[in-house]
Write a protein that binds this ligand. Structure first.
Ligand code: PTJ
Length: 269
């Protein structure tokens, strides 16, 4: 039996509950897989520790990522079930602003899911969606999962790939192919986060709209300025900073409980 929850507006976790409802609805429509709900739960745990805010460090990573996409010759946005469900509209907007292709790439691949995700992206205005069916005829070397199958005109020939919500194996394999990889991952300790060229430690539901906003702001900047933004960014430093937000946040929570004035929002905006 299908159940849907009426979420009270003043519920302290209203937004988080809304996102869960959306994922469950996408599960019913065959866009998200059961494992996608588990993956989201892991993300939620890190989001909680980050204070469910976009940190200043995530904002820095977003600026560098958008600069990288604007400077790229063949940028591609890789879309899986969770990303399609939570951010289809922003994926299409961002792709149009930075002139990127959109490719469906699934860990739990089935033709039905590819088509359902393609349809959702097209409903939001995408023209061509790469990687569907026979289009995904090329393979990422040394990768065994279904994620290895990519489109010759999409990820295979891309110089920059945005992989919101990814697994570590493919990130490493794409980097080995000489591509620059931008990841969005709430877990700053994950292999994806550690091996990507730029990692945005933020929830995709907040990061993607901010990427769109940043692309609008930066799209007419001269290439020199964009290059300068990239040069001044260090992924290692940025990940360390995100981890310190978690550490300080957790310490702050303990202080608060013991009657001190600690705050979870250190490093957040
Ligand atoms: O649609 P498919 O078939 O491609 O499958 C998608 C999933 C998500 C099931 C698949 O990619 C997977 O198993 O992912 P992992 O390896 O569990 O990685 C998910 C990572 O994304 C974890 O590090 C989570 O912390 C992180 N994550 C989960 N939800 C979010 C997130 N990061 C940002 N925003 C989120 N909303």
């Amino acid at each position: 039996m299908q159940r849907s929850l009426r979420i009270p507006e003043n519920h302290p976790r209203a937004e988080s509950l809304r996102i869960r409802e959306r994922l469950v609805e996408c599960l019913r429509k065959g866009i998200v897989v059961e494992q996608g709900l588990i993956a989201h739960g892991r993300g939620e745990a890190f989001d909680y520790l980050l204070g469910e805010r976009t940190t200043t460090y995530a904002r820095e990573a977003i600026r560098a990522s958008v600069a990288m996409m604007l400077l790229a010759d063949h940028p591609v946005i890789s879309v899986n079930g969770n990303v399609a469900c939570l951010c289809a509209e922003d994926v299409v907007r961002l792709a149009s602003l930075v002139n990127a292709k959109i490719e469906v790439n699934l860990f739990y691949r089935s033709y039905e899911r590819e088509k359902a995700i393609e349809m959702l992206l097209k409903e939001h205005g995408a023209n061509t969606v790469y990687g569907v069916g026979d289009r995904a005829s090329m393979s990422i070397p040394e990768l065994m999962s279904e994620r290895r199958r990519v489109d010759r005109d999409g990820i295979y020939s891309a110089d920059v790939v945005l992989v919101p919500l990814e697994d570590g194996d493919r990130t490493e394999a794409l980097v080995r192919m000489g591509k620059k990889v931008i990841a969005v991952d709430l877990n700053p300790l994950s292999r994806t986060a550690r091996s990507a060229t730029i990692t945005i430690v933020d929830n995709i539901t907040r990061a993607m709209p901010l990427m769109v906003e940043t692309a609008r702001a930066l799209r007419h900047e001269p290439r020199d300025r964009l290059n300068e933004m990239l040069r001044s960014f260090s992924n290692t430093r940025n990940l360390e900073a995100s981890l310190s937000v978690i550490r300080l946040g957790v310490d702050g929570m303990y202080v608060e409980r013991e009657g001190g004035g600690g705050s979870r929002q250190i490093g957040s905006e």
